[in-house]
Design a binder for this molecule. Structure first.
Ligand SMILES: *[C@@H]1O[C@H](CO)[C@@H](O)[C@H](O)[C@H]1NC(C)=O
Ligand SMILES: *[C@@H]1O[C@H](CO)[C@@H](O)[C@H](O)[C@H]1NC(C)=O
Ligand SMILES: *[C@@H]1O[C@H](CO)[C@@H](O)[C@H](O)[C@H]1NC(C)=O
Ligand SMILES: *[C@@H]1O[C@H](CO)[C@@H](O)[C@H](O)[C@H]1NC(C)=O
Ligand SMILES: *[C@@H]1O[C@H](CO)[C@@H](O)[C@H](O)[C@H]1NC(C)=O
Ligand SMILES: *[C@@H]1O[C@H](CO)[C@@H](O)[C@H](O)[C@H]1NC(C)=O
Ligand SMILES: *[C@@H]1O[C@H](CO)[C@@H](O)[C@H](O)[C@H]1NC(C)=O
Ligand SMILES: *[C@@H]1O[C@H](CO)[C@@H](O)[C@H](O)[C@H]1NC(C)=O
Ligand SMILES: *[C@@H]1O[C@H](CO)[C@@H](O)[C@H](O)[C@H]1NC(C)=O
Length: 585
């Protein structure tokens, strides 16, 4: 698992393995962990991800501590578990459920990925913050209302956080995970469809895991190690299902932690570079049912807390790093083929993938309360093959690589239930563009990438539109890294990052947003320099500026914040849960 000194030194997983120093290429682009000597303050620093605070009702929630655990040496061990029993307040249906992760850590430690599961269904994928000698604390809150059905039954709660503690890497993660149930008297009908129109936007009646089963060592996610590796599970769904959505969770590590910076293989072979991760810059996660591709995820580029330059992410962490996005694929059009009470094979693959991707999924199912059996049929299905196109122009270590790809997947099908004969349509239109440039004899690398995705869901009877949702995502990324002063494993690195997560949605249904429409623009710019010796940053500085704008039918949120060298320089925000109000200052 040792990687090249040439850029990406993934420190997230097997990152303690020293990297080899055996070839001449100079460019290094690394994730690192910071030496603890550079801090002078004495109180713990609070790290945070900029996000809209979850609007909660004024009512007092009912709360429950799910797990209290110290993650010391946990690598390749079983997840930490506790048994979950629904609290007595759950005789009513909550209008909002919030999961809260509180953690502290002190000392020196790498960024670690972790997953949180209830009944083997994943609730949260996240990355730890990297500690300082004086200690850090952070909190992640996530709206988990869409998982309501899980909270109403007894099951096993599990957290896997693979950590290594030794004489050098001393950080133990102390963690409490809690859940808060909120009840709103004016939302009595929440959760179940009323009358003729099924509640397409309410939480699913049943959620089945497409993950590895307990007991096991390591996370419940599947490990996908190369481009031909398909990991799968057989799942049988109830015969009275009328809607089904697969929610995919994923994270990428080691050779693919920075997949969007990986050059094509011919660049690597022509320059005799060994150990440098390649396969070019395009990746996608595919979802298959019985070997047919039914959906694809072109993932947002989360940079973990040790990524590029760890000083950039203190205390403002990278977009998505504390709460990695999951991706919904509507499979309702295929239900007609799945309702016979027999198992189907749900599989995941990573196009061009290198070791290693962590992928699992949750199958959200809506059941017909008035019938034991629904029927249906697929009307049409289109998932044409495509090949990403790359234009490579290089001489020795310098050159440019332009990669683009487009994909369309769509399906329509009808399902007859006690709600009527509903025809649903789902489509994905995906666009990818990556421009990569090496200069200065491979010492600088620049990546400019854009991913655009449109997801459309539309359900109708001959007379009515039952449900419609459109989600548009736009993920711009700019990354510049320049290496200098290379002596052995010592070097200095200058880096600039610009990372955006933009979404627009109409007619809601997106969990947490309800029916309505809205938009999110979230942009981070960051600049840093650091000196690195082995895996350790010995000195340096990082500055980050972020603007977050949420505008929806349920209110708005604006925050503009900047930091440098652990200190917040400016922080303006406005929060409103009043429809139509503006939060821009
Ligand atoms: C978790 O941390 C947050 C922020 O510091 C705090 O408001 C909350 O009370 C903490 N929760 C628990 C259960 O300690
Ligand atoms: C976890 O909860 C315990 C008991 O309330 C508290 O002493 C501890 O400080 C909490 N730890 C974190 C990380 O919130
Ligand atoms: C891909 O990964 C799978 C699972 O680890 C392994 O069995 C297979 O040999 C690998 N294939 C290649 C070409 O490396
Ligand atoms: C790569 O190795 C081959 C065979 O040893 C050699 O002929 C070629 O010059 C090398 N190329 C570079 C760029 O070092
Ligand atoms: C479902 O099946 C059960 C057992 O076969 C039967 O008792 C029940 O009445 C059926 N319910 C409906 C809504 O058909
Ligand atoms: C449901 O509607 C579709 C499309 O209009 C039609 O082809 C199908 O036969 C209908 N199914 C039933 C059971 O009526
Ligand atoms: C790397 O830097 C450290 C101190 O900054 C120094 O002690 C060491 O000799 C350097 N290594 C090399 C190979 O120059
Ligand atoms: C990197 O950021 C610095 C500081 O903002 C700026 O001066 C420099 O031009 C940037 N370089 C690139 C390649 O974006
Ligand atoms: C960063 O802040 C520390 C104190 O927290 C200070 O000692 C150091 O000089 C600062 N570094 C820079 C480059 O400003």
């Amino acid at each position: 698992m040792a990687t090249s000194p040439l850029f990406l030194l993934p420190l997230l997983l097997l990152c303690l393995i020293p990297f080899s120093n055996s070839h001449s290429h100079k460019l290094k682009f690394t994730t690192s962990e910071l030496t603890s000597s550079s801090s002078s303050s004495t109180s713990p620093t609070t790290y945070f991800e900029v996000t809209r605070p979850i609007p909660v009702p004024r009512t007092q929630p009912c709360s429950l501590l799910l797990l209290q655990h110290d993650f010391a040496y946990t690598y390749s061990q079983p997840p930490a578990t506790s048994s979950y029993t629904p609290p007595s307040c759950l005789t009513r249906t909550p209008s909002l459920i919030v999961l809260e992760w509180n953690a502290t850590c002190k000392g020196r430690q790498f960024d670690r990925i972790f997953g949180v599961w209830l009944g083997e269904v994943e609730l949260l994928r996240s990355c730890t913050a990297e500690p300082r000698a004086t200690g850090i604390a952070w909190t992640v809150q996530k709206d988990v209302t869409r998982y309501s059905s899980l909270f109403s039954q007894s099951s096993t709660f599990a957290v896997y956080l693979g950590n290594i503690v030794d004489s050098t890497y001393t950080g133990v993660y102390h963690v409490n995970v809690s859940v808060y149930f909120y009840f709103e008297s004016n939302k009595q009908n929440q959760g179940k469809g009323q009358g003729h129109v099924p509640a397409f936007d309410s939480p699913a009646d049943l959620i089945l895991p497409i993950s590895r089963s307990l007991p096991l060592n390591d996370g419940l996610w599947f490990l996908i190690q190369n481009s031909t590796d398909i990991q799968s599970k057989e799942v049988t769904i109830p015969k009275n299902t009328y809607r089904a959505v697969v929610e995919v969770y994923l994270s990428y590590h080691a050779d693919d932690e920075f997949w969007y910076t990986n050059p094509p293989n011919d660049y690597i072979s022509k320059n005799n570079l060994t150990g440098l991760p390649g396969n070019g810059a395009f990746r996608e996660v595919i979802l298959t049912i019985d070997a047919n591709v039914v959906g694809a995820v072109w993932p947002f580029t989360v940079i973990y807390t040790g990524g590029v330059n760890p000083l950039l992410w203190r205390p403002i962490t990278g977009i998505g790093s504390f709460n990695l996005p999951s991706y919904d694929i509507e499979i309702t059009p295929f239900l007609g083929n799945l309702l016979d009470g027999k198992p189907r094979t749900y599989g995941f693959g990573v196009t061009n993938g290198l070791d290693v991707w962590f992928v699992d999924a949750n199958l959200h199912l809506w059941l017909d309360q008035k019938s034991n059996m629904t029927t249906g049929n697929l009307i049409n299905y289109d998932a044409p093959d495509f090949v990403p196109n790359t234009v490579s122009i290089f001489r020795d270590l310098d050159g440019t690589f332009t990669t683009n790809a487009d994909r369309h997947i769509s399906a329509s099908g009808w399902v007859e239930s006690s709600y009527g004969n509903i025809t649903s349509h789902f489509s994905q239109d995906l666009h990818f563009l990556n421009f990569m440039e090496f200069n200065d004899n491979g010492n600088t690398q620049q990546v400019k990438q854009t991913i655009d995705a449109t997801y459309n869901t539309y359900a109708e009877t001959p007379h009515t539109v039952v449900y419609t949702e459109q989600l548009q995502q736009n993920f711009p990324l700019f990354l510049y890294t320049g290496v200098a002063d290379v002596v052995g494993d010592n070097y200095s690195l200058v880096s600039n990052v610009s990372l955006g997560f933009n979404e627009k949605w109409i007619n809601g249904g997106k969990p947490g947003f309800g029916f309505g429409s809205g938009s999110l623009t979230n942009l981070q710019n960051a600049q840093g320099e650091m000196k690195v010796q082995d895996n350790l940053v010995t000195s340096g500085i990082g500055s980050t500026q972020q603007v977050y704008k949420y505008d929806g039918t349920d209110g708005c949120y604006f925050r503009q914040v900047s930091s440098s060298n652990y200190t917040i320089l400016s922080d303006k925000s406005k929060d409103s849960s009043t429809a139509g109000e503006s939060c821009e200052t």
